[in-house]
Each structure stands twice: as C-alpha cells, then as structure tokens.
Write a protein that binds this ligand. Structure first.
Ligand code: CP
Ligand code: NVA
Length: 315
C-alpha cells in the first residue's frame, strides 16, 4: 500500500503514470465516468482553510465513483486531543483512504504509520506535494504539446522561486525539482534560506542538495523557464504578516523582474495570491501567467494520484 506524503513517495514509473492518467482524465472529463474509487469513502481531515484542495478533492473523489467525507478537525475528537494514532486506527475501520491538511508534517507521517489505508498530504507546513505535481503537469502540458512526453518536457528546465524560501512551497519545489530533473534557484531575504528539514530529507533519500539560494531576485530569475512565488505569510503565520511583508518586499514579482527571466518564461503561483505583495497584478494578468490552469489541474492530477494509490491497496 502506498501513501503520498511527499513528492518522492511515487517513483519515476508512477510519476509517468500519474501524468498520463491526468491527461486522459482532463480530455475525457464529462464523457467518461470514473470507477477507480467505486464504492469507496475517503475522509478529508482539514485543520486549515482551503478552496482549491478541498474542492478539487471532493469533486475528484466523486468523479471517480467514491464518496468524500469532509472532517474539519474542530468537529472531530482529534481537535479535542484524541491521538492521531487512534484517529488513524478508527478511521481505517470506516474509510478507504484519508486526505489530510494540517500544520505539523510529523502528524501526517504518524497518521500514515498507524492506519491501514492510503494517506495523502493535502499540505503541511513542510510540504505541499499535490500542488507540485499539478504545477509540474501544467508546465509540462505547455512544453510537451498534446501528445509529447510530459516527464521528459521538464528535464533540464529551470524554476526560480521568489519570496518565502523556507516554507512548504519552497521545500516542495526543491524536492520536486530533484524528482523532475529540473534546476531550482531560490531568492529570498537573508535568514530565509531553505532549512535543515529539506536538506535532511534530500540527504536521507540520497539526493544531491544542489539548489541555489541567493538574496538577489534578478540573479535567481536569469534564464528561468518558470518564475514562481507564494504568499509571504502562510496559514499559521498571520501574527508575523506585517514584519514578513516588509522583509520580503524586494522579492515581489514585478513586471520588471518577470521580464528578466527567459522571454517565454511562465509565471506560476499556487494561489491564493495577494496582488501588490508577492506579485503585481500585471504579472498575474500576463498571457504567460498560467495560474488558473494550475488550479484546474489540481483536479485532474489528484484524480490520477488517487487512482494510483487505490490500485496499491492490498499490495
Ligand atoms: N493552492 C492551494 O492549496 O489552495 P487552497 O489553500 O485553496 O487549497
Ligand atoms: N504557503 C501557503 C500555501 C497555500 C496553498 C500556506 O501554507 O498558507
């Protein structure tokens, strides 16, 4: 049985399978009824707000013939101190899989270790792997064209990540770049270098720690195929928002900064965006901004991930 807690939980063969299935799901949506989760119920435990993740999973599970069961942590005993281990054991008696969005990544690992159904990470403070798979698919479908090799289209490409370079999206893109064979340069304020957690994970997996970090945003975007940013104050960091905004201001993706990347570079953002902070409205509106394709592709790619995980049950 497989879990999807981090990008590298699926190997190269499964990555290709996910991209190919996602392409099929996208093409046939509305005409073919999915059956991969027929008769299944998937719990969705959320300790944080969500628009894209919640809706794309609920719709996706439904489109695969399954039933999504949304559980706000405040409404279940987990929010009143029941252990994550007992929650995993109990839910495993009822449901066929669990999607979880929470703060501490270790909680997701403990859930997966204690239960007996597949677990999907719908975002932690450390990683957001579903987003990275959808992002990579979105860029690849542009570069590969309708029938090209989606995985090969990513190899050797460069992504520049600006702003908050030491939280979930930056970490996840570092790990994703390593898996996809991409280069990654990150630019953020001194003191926001990618942390020990992501370095330790790369080392534990025998992957080279070869991302570049700079405090100069123009250096990071040079020759970049993708310019990527995320909010400066993530969920849980609301109290620090003012200080973070003033510290990260030089890393705002302005039209001038975007123009310093490759002439055909794509702009990407996981959303939600704060126009005027991490990105200018003009960049969000640029024809090379593919933010809403990214959001849509969460649905197709997650349906593919769920199909692969469901097929791994009992193995
Ligand atoms: N990008 C993303 O995960 O969005 P939500 O927080 O709306 O789910
Ligand atoms: N870094 C952001 C990503 C939201 C999808 C957060 O954790 O709030």
């Amino acid at each position: 049985m497989k879990h999807f807690l981090k990008e590298t939980d699926l190997g190269p063969k499964e990555l290709a399978e996910v991209f190919s299935l996602a392409r099929d799901f996208k093409r046939t949506r509305g005409s073919a009824k999915g059956t991969a989760l027929e008769g299944q119920t998937w719990a969705m435990i959320f300790a944080k707000s969500s628009t894209r993740t919640r809706v794309s999973f609920e719709v996706g599970i439904n489109e695969l013939g399954g039933h999504p069961l949304f559980l706000n942590t405040h409404d279940i005993q987990l929010g009143r101190g029941e252990s994550v281990e007992d929650t995993a054991r109990v839910l495993s008696r009822f449901v066929h899989g669990i999607v979880i969005r929470t703060f501490d990544h270790a909680q997701v690992e403990r859930l997966a270790a204690s239960g007996s159904v597949p677990v999907v990470n719908g975002l932690t403070d450390f990683l957001h792997p579903c987003q990275i798979y959808a992002d990579a698919f979105t860029a690849a479908e542009r570069w590969a064209g309708p029938d090209g090799d989606l995985v090969a289209a990513l190899r050797g490409r460069k992504i520049a990540f600006l702003g908050d370079t030491s939280f979930n999206m930056a970490n996840s893109w570092i790990l994703g770049a390593s898996l996809f064979g991409m280069r990654i340069s990150l630019a953020g304020p001194a003191g926001h270098e990618p942390g020990e957690g992501i370095r330790a994970l790369l080392k534990a997996e025998g992957r080279p720690v070869d991302f570049a970090f700079t405090t100069d945003p123009f250096e990071a975007v040079r020759d970049a195929d993708i310019v990527y940013t995320d909010v400066w104050a993530s969920m849980g960091q609301e109290a620090e928002a003012k200080a973070r905004v003033s510290r990260m201001r030089p890393y705002s993706v302005t039209a001038r900064l975007f123009a310093a990347a490759k002439p055909d570079a794509l702009f990407m953002h996981c959303l939600p965006a704060h126009p005027g902070e991490e990105v200018e409205q003009a960049v969000l509106d640029n024809p090379r901004s593919i933010i809403f394709d990214e959001a849509e592709n969460r649905l197709h790619v997650q349906k593919a991930i769920l199909s692969v995980l469901s097929a791994s049950r009992g193995r």
